[in-house]
Design a protein around this ligand. Structure first.
Ligand code: ZN
Length: 277
């Protein structure tokens, strides 16, 4: 039987904010919220070389850290030229997980810098901090950090059945676990209970945190749970959820691919019930 295992913490990348300026480097080139499309000999997405970066008018370069002995930079370019840029979602089925997270980091760092050129409190210009990854206001000294939005994603189960839903934005026939953003002042456990109640009307308990995935569309950090059904019938929040239903573990509908935490939550539960994944 194939058992499910969560991804191990990735220790191959060493994050940092100050480049050493030595040796070959890898560039994660961004234009607006899209990433430069390059592939290796196996047709998998890859970052750019310094020579490839040289084809562009570069606006900003941000050091991210070291991977495989190479310094990694996020680079924001002004004009795409003849190069192809696309949403990182386009690469999701054919990208190394470490590179997926780094490309997502690059997009978020570039987006943060582009959107924090001026102070939201006093309106003066900001500059990049020497101390950490923040911009600092030249007037009132307020700091602005890259934005991260913690979100929960939850597989609701009831014995041999799981509750899956279909968002209006999903392709026809695709079902997934339920998800939602954490509100200010809320614990993530409270978010799980509230979101499930809001989206499908049922009460859950016996929460179990399973693992996380950065999801840079645009800046979520998904915190994954299993939650046991307690009471209530399915009542849809119709402006968000198109369909939701209980599915037997051995007869699931179309679900997300193996790159996504929603799938990991489902596969782990199937594995716990003795079903091969
Ligand atoms: Zn200010």
């Amino acid at each position: 039987m194939n058992e499910f295992n969560w991804p191990e913490p990735d220790l191959s990348f060493l994050p940092g904010t100050k480049a050493l300026g030595a040796g070959e480097a890898s560039y994660f080139i961004c234009h607006n919220n899209n990433i430069l499309q390059l592939v290796d000999e196996n047709e998998a997405w890859r970052p750019a070389t310094s020579e490839e970066l040289g084809q562009f008018d570069e606006i900003q370069k941000h050091y991210m850290g070291m991977l495989g002995g190479k310094e990694c930079f996020a680079a924001q370019v002004s004009v795409p030229g003849a190069a192809v840029f696309a949403n990182l979602r386009m690469n999701i089925q054919n990208i190394d997980p470490t590179l997926f997270n780094l490309a997502g980091r690059a997009l978020q760092v570039c987006d943060w810098y582009r959107t924090h050129q001026f102070c939201g409190r006093c309106g003066k210009s900001t500059t990049e901090s020497e101390r950490d990854r923040s911009t600092v206001c030249g007037g009132c000294k307020l700091n602005f950090y890259p934005r991260l939005s913690p979100s929960i994603i939850v597989l609701v189960y009831k014995g041999d059945e799981v509750l899956l839903g279909r968002n209006h934005m999903f392709p026809e026939g695709l079902f997934s676990t339920l998800a939602g953003f954490v509100e200010p002042g809320e614990s993530i456990e409270e978010t799980v209970i509230r979101e499930v109640k809001e989206e499908v009307g049922v009460n859950v308990g016996n929460l179990s945190y399973r693992g996380s995935q950065p999801w840079p569309f645009p800046n979520s950090l998904m915190l994954g749970f299993h939650a046991e059904y307690q009471s209530g019938d399915i009542v849809l929040q119709e402006d968000e959820i198109a369909e939701a239903d209980w599915f037997p573990c051995n007869d699931l509908p179309l679900i997300p691919g193996k790159f996504a935490i929603s799938r990991w939550l489902i596969d782990e539960y199937l594995s716990q019930r003795g079903i091969s994944v």
